[in-house]
Design a protein around this ligand. Structure first.
Ligand code: ADP
Ligand code: F6P
Length: 512
C-alpha cells in the first residue's frame, strides 16, 4: 500500500467530506458545505484539532487530490457512477437506511449492491491506513462504512479503532432481515469501541451479536475470539450534540436578529410563525406534520395571516425512488393547502426546497415561535438542539417527536407521537397557546441541557471511551451524579408523558 507523505494521529472516515465539489455549467469548480447532521457536528469537532478526514467529494468520477481546508487535511475517495448508484444510493440508502429506520418504506436487497459496498468500504479502509500514523486513533462514522473497522484492523493492527452510529441501530427482529447481517456485525466488531445515540441502540447491537453470531456478551461488551484475535468490544450510548457556543454567537449577531425581523415582516408579521427544517426524507414525518397542519387549517383553528407555517426541505438523495416519490407527495399537498387557504401576501404554508448558510438558519430559528420536529424515527435530530441554542431570548416552543434521540434529552419539549394525527394537532395547539412565561421556563431548561452537553463534550466522551475500551472511562463523582440524574429524569419524563397521554385517551373514551 502506498505510504502518503502526510500521516496523522487522528483520522476521521465518513462517507462525505465536510465539503462537496460542485462543477457549474461553465465548468468552474466550487466547494459547498455537505448536507446533514454528521458534517455539522464533525466540522466543529475537527476545527482546532490536527487530523485527516477521509471521505467522498460528492460527485462520481476521479477524486480530487488531497487538500487542506480550515487546517484539516482532506483525503478524497473516488466513487464511480456505478458505485454511487450501488454503494451510496443502493445499499446505503435503499437497503440499510430503511432497515435502520423501522422499515418506514420497504428495503430493497440486491447482491451486486452489497458487492459494491464491500469494494468501497475496502477503498475507504485503505485510504485511512495510508494517512494514519503509527498508533493513530481512527474514528469511523455511520452506516455507510460498517465494514471499515474490520478491514482497518486486518491492515493496521497498531491503530485504535472507534465507530459512531449517527442513525438508530435496529432491533434484532428488523436487522435479521438483512441477508448480509453477519458481514455487517463482523465488520463493526473490528472496532475497539462502538458509540450509539441511545442506550437502546447499543443494546440492539449487543443483542444482535448474541442472537445472530452466538457470541458471548456481558453488559455492554461482546467477546470476540478467533485464533489470533481475542478481544472484548464495548458498545455504549454517547449522544451527539452541536456547537452551542459557536451557534449561539451567530444567533446573537445584530444582523441575525435583523434578518429574523425581516423574515417575519415578509410573511405578513404573523402572530405565530411555525417552522419545520429537515432533509427531504421520509423518516422526518413531514407528511404527518403537513396533514395535521392541514386539518387545523380546515377546522379554522389556525389561519393566515395570523399563523404561517414555513417548511424548509433540503434536497436529499434525489435519485432514490422513495425520495422522489416523497417530494412529489409533499409538494402536491403543500400546493393543495396553499390553493385552499393562502391569501394574497399571506401564504398558509411557505415551502422552501433550498440549502441556506448558517446565519440564515439561525435567523429562521430566531423568527420561529414554534418549531415542529416530528420524525417517525431519527438517530438524534440536531435541528431540535440548534433551535433551543439560538433562542438566547428564551422565546419559542419546540414540538418534538418521541421517536428522536433528542427526546431523551429535551424533556421540556411539547412531546408528540407523529403517527397520532389528532394528538399531534393538540400538541401543536398547546405549543401555540401555552403562556409565554411557562414556555420561557421550558426553553431555559432545554438550553441548559444543550449548553452542558455540547459537541465538544460528545467528542471528548467518545474519544475517552475509545482510549480505555473495553473498560469504562473513570467518571468524577459529580459527572456520574449528573448522568444518573439525567437517566432518572429521562425515565420520569417518559413515564409522565405516557401517563398523561393514557389519561387523556381514557377521558375521551369514557362517555359523560
Ligand atoms: P440529518 O443528519 O438526518 O440530516 P439532523 O437534524 O441531525 O438531520 O441534521 C441536519 C443538519 O442539517 C442541521 O445542522 C441543520 O441545520 C442542517 N440543515 C437542514 N436543512 C438545511 C438547509 N435547508 N440549509 C442548511 N442547513 C440545513
Ligand atoms: O446523519 C445521517 C446522515 O445520513 C449522514 O450520514 C449523512 O451525511 C447525512 O445524513 C446526509 O445524507 P447524505 O450524505 O446521504 O446526503
Amino acid at each position: 500500500m502506498p505510504r502518503s507523505q502526510k500521516q496523522f494521529d487522528l483520522v476521521i472516515a465518513a462517507n462525505r467530506l465536510p465539503v462537496d465539489r460542485v462543477v457549474g455549467p461553465d465548468g468552474e469548480e466550487s466547494w459547498r458545505t455537505s448536507p446533514g447532521g454528521l458534517v455539522t457536528a464533525m466540522e466543529s469537532v475537527m476545527r482546532g484539532r490536527e487530523g485527516a478526514w477521509v471521505g467522498w467529494a460528492g460527485e462520481a468520477g476521479d477524486a480530487p487530490a488531497p487538500f487542506v481546508e480550515d487546517d484539516m487535511y482532506l483525503r478524497p475517495v473516488a466513487l464511480s457512477e456505478d458505485e454511487v448508484a450501488h454503494y451510496y444510493e443502493g445499499f446505503s440508502n435503499d437497503t440499510l437506511w430503511p432497515i435502520y429506520h423501522d422499515v418506514i418504506v420497504p428495503a430493497t436487497f440486491h447482491r451486486y449492491w452489497f458487492t459494491a459496498y464491500e469494494a468501497v468500504n475496502r477503498r475507504f479502509a485503505e485510504a485511512v491506513c495510508e494517512v494514519a500514523a503509527k498508533g493513530a486513533t481512527v474514528w469511523v462514522h455511520d452506516y455507510q462504512l460498517q465494514l471499515v473497522p474490520a478491514i482497518v484492523r486486518e491492515l493496521r493492527p497498531d491503530v485504535r479503532i472507534g465507530w459512531f452510529d449517527h442513525i438508530p441501530f435496529p432491533p434484532v427482529e428488523l436487522f435479521a432481515q438483512l441477508p448480509w447481517r453477519r458481514a455487517v456485525l463482523e465488520g463493526l466488531l473490528g472496532a475497539d469501541y462502538l458509540g450509539f445515540q441511545r442506550v437502546a441502540d447499543a443494546q440492539n447491537f449487543v443483542r444482535a451479536c448474541r442472537q445472530l453470531l452466538g457470541l458471548p456478551t456481558k453488559g455492554d461488551t461482546v467477546s470476540v475470539s478467533r485464533a489470533e484475535d481475542s478481544r472484548r468490544v464495548r458498545a455504549s450510548a454517547v449522544p451527539i450534540s452541536i456547537d452551542y457556543v459557536g451557534l449561539e454567537a451567530v444567533a446573537k449577531q445584530p444582523e441575525t436578529l435583523q434578518r429574523a425581523q425581516e423574515i417575519r415582516e415578509s410573511l405578513g408579521n404573523p402572530r405565530t410563525l411555525l417552522l419545520g427544517v429537515d432533509r427531504l426524507d421520509y423518516t422526518k414525518g413531514i407528511g404527518h406534520r403537513i396533514k395535521a397542519y392541514g386539518e387545523l387549517l380546515e377546522e379554522g383553528r389556525v389561519s393566515p395571516p395570523n399563523e404561517v407555517f414555513v417548511q424548509v426541505a433540503t434536497p436529499s438523495r434525489e435519485r432514490v425512488a422513495a425520495y422522489r416519490e416523497l417530494r412529489h407527495e409533499i409538494e402536491g399537498e403543500v400546493g393543495r393547502l396553499n390553493g385552499e387557504h393562502s391569501r394574497i401576501g399571506a401564504p398558509a404554508v411557505q415551502y422552501l426546497h433550498h440549502s441556506y448558510p448558517r446565519q440564515e438558519m439561525a435567523a429562521l430559528y430566531l423568527a420561529a415561535d414554534v418549531v415542529l420536529v416530528t420524525p417517525l424515527r431519527d438517530g438524534m435530530n440536531l435541528v431540535a438542539k440548534e433551535y433551543v441554542t439560538c433562542r438566547y431570548d428564551e422565546g419559542g416552543a419546540l414540538v418534538l417527536s418521541e421517536f428522536t434521540g433528542a427526546f431523551h434529552e429535551l424533556h421540556q419539549a411539547f412531546v408528540c407521537n407523529p403517527h397520532d394525527i389528532e394528538g399531534l394537532k393538540q400538541t401543536i395547539m398547546r405549543a401555540i397557546e401555552t403562556p409565554d412565561k411557562e414556555k420561557r421556563r421550558l426553553m431555559r431548561a432545554m438550553r441548559r441541557r444543550v449548553a452542558d452537553h455540547d459537541v465538544q463534550r460528545w467528542a471528548s466522551r467518545f474519544l475517552e471511551a475509545l482510549e480505555v475500551a473495553p473498560e469504562r472511562p473513570q467518571r468524577s463523582t459529580r459527572e456520574q451524579k449528573a448522568d444518573d440524574e439525567h437517566a432518572r429524569a429521562d425515565r420520569t419524563a417518559r413515564e409522565l408523558h405516557h401517563a398523561r397521554a393514557a389519561k387523556a385517551a381514557s377521558a375521551k373514551a369514557t362517555p359523560r
